[in-house]
Ligand binder design. Structure first.
Ligand SMILES: [Ca+2]
Ligand SMILES: [Ca+2]
Length: 168
């Protein structure tokens, strides 16, 4: 009888311990940007200095569980510009995720989000170069705004990804 009581006590203690540790784990879980990514308004951004075509740049972002960056506000755009300035010490032009390659004039973001905010330069997008400009570059011209560019030009790029769950 004594043995049974001890066993029950032991089981109770174990259950309490596992509940407590479960609570602790949940308490310490949070969403963070992986090493090398910069948190901006709840998402993670990465400047890629390697010169790539738009499609190569998007594939590179995909290999890091991201996409070429979508931009949803002027404040967010300024933070991305600051990220490029900090990494390259210059306001370099870079690919971001906008493209109208599927149908001329219909712009989509590579990450599938809806394009509401835009920051086109005056006169852009102009689909210039014999109607072959279908990919979005940022930091264009003295105004550092957006331009549609020929997709197979090689320039740096900016990726975006969701924060990942980190427990510990
Ligand atoms: Ca176009
Ligand atoms: Ca253009």
């Amino acid at each position: 009888m004594m043995g049974m009581q001890r066993l029950l006590l032991l089981l109770c203690s174990l259950m309490l311990l596992s509940t407590a540790s479960g609570l602790t784990l949940r308490f310490h879980c949070r969403r963070v940007c992986p090493r090398g990514w910069t948190p901006i308004f709840g998402r993670c951004f990465k400047y890629v200095p390697t010169h790539l075509t738009w499609a190569q740049a998007e594939r590179n972002c995909l290999s890091m569980h991201g996409n070429l960056a979508s931009v949803h506000s002027l404040a967010e755009y300024h933070r991305i510009q600051w990220l490029i300035l900090r990494c390259s010490h210059y306001s370099r032009t870079a690919w971001i995720g906008g493209f109208d390659a599927v149908q001329e004039g219909l712009w989509f973001w590579a990450d599938g989000s809806f394009m509401r905010f835009t920051n086109w330069c005056p006169g852009e997008p102009n689909n210039a170069y014999f109607g072959r400009q279908h990919c979005m570059q940022m930091n264009y011209s003295g105004r550092r705004c957006w331009d549609d560019h020929v997709c197979n030009v090689r320039i740096p790029s900016v990726c975006v990804r969701k924060r990942s769950r980190f427990c510990g």
